[in-house]
Every structure is written in C-alpha cells, then in structure tokens.
Design a protein around this ligand. Structure first.
Ligand SMILES: Cc1ncc(C[n+]2csc(CCOP(=O)(O)OP(=O)(O)O)c2C)c(N)n1
Ligand SMILES: [Mg+2]
Length: 523
C-alpha cells in the first residue's frame, strides 16, 4: 500500500484474485518485494519453494490437472531462466499457466540495471502471450489478456515481466485501461457430419484421444461415444488422460519407447481427438499408418457426432474392438512376463505397481516421474484406462518435475490421496523442496523406485555399448534423506511392505517418502 492507496502490485493481486487465483508459487528475490507485500495484505497465499523450477512446475502441473492457470512469481535474471523449465513443460503440453517475473525499474531497462535482461524475449517462443507490464494504468488489461490467452481456445503458458517502478506506482482500478474485447482463438472445426460419414465407411476405426480432449473437458462424452459404438481408443504416451475408469474400449498408449499394442497401423479411419501429429503416432505416415487410412481431426462435439451417427450400424466394429482388446491383453501379458523374469533377481518395479493397483479404489491422484518406472507404470497401469487425474511429465518427456507436481496436486485436491511414483534420478532434481512441502502442509506420498541409475538411459547404453556411460548413480538413503527436511521416511525391501507402508502413508496428512530399492530393467 502507498499512503493508504493501492499500488500496482496491489492491483495485480486484486486482479488475480478476481480471476479465482488462490495462491502463487514463488521463490523470493529482487523485484518481488512489493508483490509479496501486496499478496500478504490482499490475502493471497504464497507457496514458497527452494528452486524456481519447482515453483514453475507447481503452476504447470496445476494447469495440467485443472485447466485453470497456475500462477508462479519469481525474481529476475537467472531466477526467470530457472522458471522457464516449467514454462517449457506447459508449452509442450498446451497447459495454462502464468509466470510473473520481477525486474528492476522499467525506467532503467536496457541501461544495465541489476539483472538487466530481456526476459520477455527469452520467454516468448514458449508462450501464448508475453510482455512487460509497462504502465500501472494497464495492469488489469494486460493481466486479463494474459489469462485469456492462457486458458482460451488453445491453452498454453503466458509470461508477464513486472518491473519494480510499475509495482510501486500508485494505481486505481477506476482509472485503469479497460480489458480489450477480442475474438477468442477459434477451436478447430469439428465437422460431425463428415466424421460420421467417414466412420460409416470404415471397418477398422481408431480414436486417438490426446490432451485436447482433456483441455476441452470432453472426455466423458468421448468415452461414451466410443463405448456405444465399440470404437477402440488409444492415447499418445504422456498426453493428458481421457479415460478415467477401466473401459473395454481403451486399448493402450501409443508411442512409448518400450512399444505398445499394435492397432494404429491397421486402422482404416483415424480420428485424432485432440491429439498432435508427432512421433508418437509415427507422424501419421506409413508404415505407422496405412497409406489409404482416412485421418480426421475431431475434439469437441461428441453428442452431435452421436446424433449424426445414429444407431444400429456399428455392430460391425465389435469384432475389430475385440481383436484390439486381445492385442492389448497379450501385450500386457508379455510385459508382465518380462517383469517376472527380471524380478527373479530381487524386488522390482512390478512389485510397486501391484501395490499401487491395490489402492486404486481410493482413486488417488497418481503422478509418474522417471524413465523405466514411467514405462512400467504406463504399460501396466494404463492398459485399460488413462485417467485425467493421473499426471505424467507431459509431451516434453522431462524428468524432475514430480515434487512440484505433487505439491500442485495437493493444492488442487486438498482431500484426495496424492501418490508420486518417482525414479531415484528424477527425485533428486528438486529434492530439497520436500522441506517446503512439509512445512507448508502440502502432504503427499512419494514412492522412490531406486535402481541406482538413470535406468532407462542406462539400459539403452548397455544394449548399444555393452556398458553404462555416465548413467549409473550411487546410493542415497532416501528414507533417511526424507527425515531431515521434516518428512516421514521409510524403506520397503519386501513386496508386502510396500503395500503396508503405502496404506499407512496415505492416511497421513504429512509428506512420506517410501524408498524401494529395486533391480532395474525396462518393460
Ligand atoms: C530434465 C531431463 N534431463 C534428462 C532427461 C533424460 N532422461 C529421460 S529418462 C532419464 C532417466 C530417469 O532416471 P530415473 O528417474 O531414476 O528413472 P529410471 O529410468 O531409473 O526408472 C533421463 C536421464 C530428461 N528426460 N529430462
Ligand atoms: Mg533410476
């Protein structure tokens, strides 16, 4: 507050709160003090972290879970660069988030003031909207435009640099520049009649359900349509899930490094439902798809499509669906066999997967962060479902986002169990943030599946070169590591112990780390 009146930082906080923002993930520093003071006096929660990466992953994961923009605020210079990790992740996935970065006064920008850097230019290639808030009169307009771009037709991350002099300048809502009225970004056209006609002419249709269906909030309608018409559904690995419960039509993930049930290459009609054309679907080119396959893009109007399709003509696909489901089951059986063979050498990722399967009735938020462990989780847990409340790295394929992700899941769902399934490598990127989670009441269960290495990469090295090259790691007692920053730490060295500890941990409000030493291996 300045002399009892509002300043720019107060107005920004008020504008964010007006949009339903309940917290800002942050790490303090230059250019943020007025914003912090405004958040405190305006009753906006600050969730602090020990690395701007974590703050940005919290905002990114919140956006990816809820479709609402997660907000993080960081200091200037390298702090901004650290936060770009989360922005890049949101960019890959098309997830809404807002990064606010502090800066010294706009009046001296470019003159070599403290941490002088063109933050907007750095963020721009990763953002739907990026600019400096250069005048207190325009705070409301610019913030609204940014949030509109983050959550509009094609969601994504946005950035605002908020210079110190603008934060401190007297500001009043009444004199502010009004938000602009612009046409919303148009969603892709959904031509239900054309899709219905293509489907009717096909014998082997497949729906590729990608993140777009989640972000458009159409997953229930999509699944109902496919179940009614017996159309197999696959999801590109790491996309947002669209099939919340075990469903006869879900037949697996596409594009995983460790393979998957082969169905796409045989389809004669491919409905790309909010999925991107990329490597995971073989760029939709032969041999990944038939040269004569019809490819259509459809995301939103499933009820209209249902009407256009009518009923009574799709029983022909029951055989095709049964065929695809059979391939799914056979693929899963092969994965289980590989796991059982590897598990002869000791405790294995599959023992962790079995424990998690047992507690799925509690419908936890489930997060996967890591290489081999992520593959096991996808191939075994996602064989007949791919829920929207499970979260992976996203299309970026990044590791190390999980602790921030689990904090975001707790912020988004205060009452539900949150389980982070992490590799040992992934877990250590931002492990000090366990302290921030524990101190701020953001409890979750982390299962650290420890194969003493960057497992998926190491397996590739051994296959290619006969030995690991800089891909093995030494031991860390993750159970002990957890205790110092205020979390519970336990170690499970028997399959039955994993489930016991998981059940106990899920009942606790605090952070628990379950350390599970395993023999490595890929599916
Ligand atoms: C930020 C980042 N750095 C490096 C990689 C490359 N990478 C992919 S998986 C992986 C190994 C992860 O190891 P861990 O978390 O222990 O899981 P594991 O494969 O052992 O199950 C690495 C290094 C990446 N995806 N993201
Ligand atoms: Mg590992």
């Amino acid at each position: 507050m300045m002399n009892g009146g509002m300043n720019g930082a107060d107005l920004l906080v008020r504008t964010l709160k007006g949009h339903g923002v309940e917290w800002i993930a942050t790490l303090c520093g230059h250019g943020l003090d007025p914003l912090f003071q405004a958040a405190r006096s305006g009753g906006l929660r600050l969730v602090d972290t020990r690395n701007e990466q974590t703050a940005a992953y919290i905002a990114d994961a919140y956006g990816r879970l809820t479709r609402k923009a997660g907000v993080c605020a960081v200091s200037s210079g390298v702090a901004h660069v650290n936060a770009l990790a989360g922005v890049a992740n949101a960019w890959f996935d098309g997830a809404p988030m807002l990064l606010i970065s502090g800066a010294a006064a706009a009046a001296t920008a470019g003159m070599g003031h403290f941490q002088d850097m063109n933050q907007v230019t750095l963020a721009e290639p990763l953002c739907r909207f990026a600019r400096v808030i250069d005048h207190p009169e325009r705070i409301v307009q610019i913030v609204e435009e940014a949030l509109g771009a983050a959550t509009g037709g094609a969601p994504g991350p946005v950035h605002l640099t908020f210079p110190m002099d603008v934060q401190l300048a007297p500001a009043a809502e009444t004199t502010a520049v009004a938000p602009l009225r612009r046409a919303a970004a148009r969603a892709a056209d959904d031509d239900a009649a054309a899709v219905a006609a293509a489907l009717k002419a096909s014998e082997k249709p497949v729906v590729v359900a990608g993140s777009g269906v989640f972000y458009a909030d159409r997953r229930g309608e999509m699944v109902r349509f496919c179940e009614r018409h017996h159309i197999p559904v696959i999801t590109p690995i790491w996309d947002r899930g669209a099939v919340d419960h075990a469903s006869p039509v879900f037949v697996g993930v596409a594009g995983a490094a460790t393979g998957g049930p082969e169905v796409l290459h045989e389809a004669d009609c491919i409905l790309m439902a909010g999925a991107a054309t990329d490597y995971r679907v073989g760029y939709l080119q032969p041999p990944a798809v038939r040269a004569d396959a019809r490819v259509l893009f459809f995301e939103r109007n499933w009820s209209l499509l249902g009407e256009a399709c009518g009923s009574g003509w799709s029983s022909a696909w029951q055989g095709w669906l049964a065929d695809c489901a059979g391939r799914r089951d056979e693929f899963r059986r092969q994965v289980e066999m590989r796991a059982e063979e590897q598990a002869r050498r000791g405790l294995h990722a599959i023992d962790v997967i079995h424990a998690i399967e047992t507690v799925l009735t509690a419908d936890p938020l489930l997060l996967f962060d890591g290489g081999s462990i992520g593959q096991w989780a996808h191939q075994l847990l996602c064989s007949n479902r791919y829920p929207g409340h499970w979260l992976t790295c996203g299309r970026s394929g990044v590791v190390g986002w999980g602790i921030g992700g689990a904090m975001a899941a707790r912020l988004a769902y205060p009452e539900r169990p949150v389980i982070l399934l992490s590799g040992d490598g992934a877990f250590t990127f931002n492990v000090a943030d366990l302290e921030c989670a524990a101190r701020q009441g953001l409890g979750f269960v982390a299962i650290v599946v420890d194969d003493l290495g960057w497992g998926i990469t190491r397996t590739g090295h051994i296959r290619q070169f006969g030995e690991p090259i800089a891909s093995s790691l030494g031991p860390i007692a993750f159970d002990q590591l957890a205790c110092s920053p205020g979390a519970h730490g336990v170690r499970a060295t028997e399959p039955s112990r994993i489930l016991e500890e998981l059940r106990v941990a899920m009942e606790r409000p605090e952070v628990t780390v379950i350390h599970v030493p395993v023999v490595g291996g890929n599916p």
